[in-house]
Ligand binder design. Structure first.
Ligand SMILES: [Zn+2]
Length: 309
């Protein structure tokens, strides 16, 4: 009966992107090629009302779409922004402030760089979690892929200090430096300022360290949320009123997180849970629909599904 509800109360569909570029290795499927992104944007422009995530949606009277990006990759500025400007599409960029201007990659990219792309590695990895020590074979591509998946889950559940310890241990084992790949670069401060200057762009918070908020104490959550907001306000010269929970699934944030966001003066916060937003839904759990590297026919089918699901 969704179509009936949608006829009387137009919903807003929020789309979630991470990267617009062409990658050779993309195990988390976070990247859309510039060609597919351009076709997707043209389709949205021709078929929907495009709204800002931080706009007043009470007057929205027809199917609307809000475009968002998480994390703050350099390609957001260099590849996505020109296409968004070409079609005049407003977009919100959620930035993890601790990585801006850094020469290192996000930890999930660093895992990919080391375990899925480096040719010469030792034949076994000793995983020391503090509680236990385990040995993993790393001779074949399949064994390395298995370790990649294991570490991805393990590291996602660590607070920032322990996460850095694990990554430092892995880099030392692989004999690589912290210096990341150009293809996986995070935006520099200059690039971020250029992004923020666009009339079409809204800058939103995404914590400092990109840690699951649900594993942190209330004090640390508060610090992650407000420090990232203040830093982005200093850099952009604009007030930050929207926020995206890192990872964004239901168990990645808590009612406490929502309360901290409310008290911090944020107007809306977005999750990574598929669905539509109607005016009676919680503005601190706005659903988002993850977009993959779909060609236009698939994107059209997916969009049709977003309206019915
Ligand atoms: Zn993120």
């Amino acid at each position: 009966m969704k179509w009936l509800v949608n006829r009387s109360n137009a919903p807003v569909i929020t789309l979630l992107y991470h990267r617009v570029t062409r990658l050779e290795s993309d195990p988390q499927q976070l990247s859309v090629t510039p060609e597919n992104f351009r076709a997707q944007m043209r389709y949205l422009k021709d078929n929907f009302l495009l709204v800002r995530l931080d706009a007043d949606w009470s007057g929205v009277d027809r199917p609307s779409v809000a475009v968002t990006f998480d994390d703050g990759y350099a390609d957001n500025v260099n590849e996505a922004l020109p296409i968004l400007e070409e079609y005049g599409i407003p977009s919100t960029f959620f930035i993890s402030t601790g990585f801006v201007d850094s020469h290192t990659e996000f930890w999930w990219d660093d895992l990919d760089r080391i375990l899925l792309n480096k040719v010469h590695l030792p034949v076994r990895y000793t995983l020391d979690t503090g509680n236990e020590v385990r040995e993993w074979p790393t001779k074949s591509a399949a064994e390395r892929a298995q370790l990649y998946r294991l570490l991805h889950v393990l590291i996602k559940n660590l607070p920032p200090e322990q996460r850095e310890q694990q990554m430092a241990q892995l880099r030392a084992w692989a004999d690589v430096t912290e210096q990341g790949r150009t293809s996986h670069r995070v935006a520099t401060l200059d690039e971020l300022k250029r992004l923020a200057q666009s009339e079409l762009v809204t800058i939103g918070g995404h914590t400092v360290t990109h840690t699951r908020l649900s594993i942190l104490s209330a004090d640390r959550q508060h610090e992650e949320i407000t420090a990232s907001m203040r830093q982005l306000e200093t850099w952009s010269g604009r007030q930050v009123t929207v926020f995206s929970y890192p990872f964004g699934s239901r168990d990645d944030f808590t009612p406490e997180t929502i309360e901290i966001c409310r008290q911090a003066g944020l107007l809306r916060a977005v999750a990574n849970i598929p669905g539509q937003y109607h005016r009676w839904n919680d503005p601190y759990q706005i659903p988002r629909n993850l977009v993959r590297n779909w060609e236009l026919p698939m994107f059209r089918r997916k969009c049709a599904g977003f309206w019915l699901s």
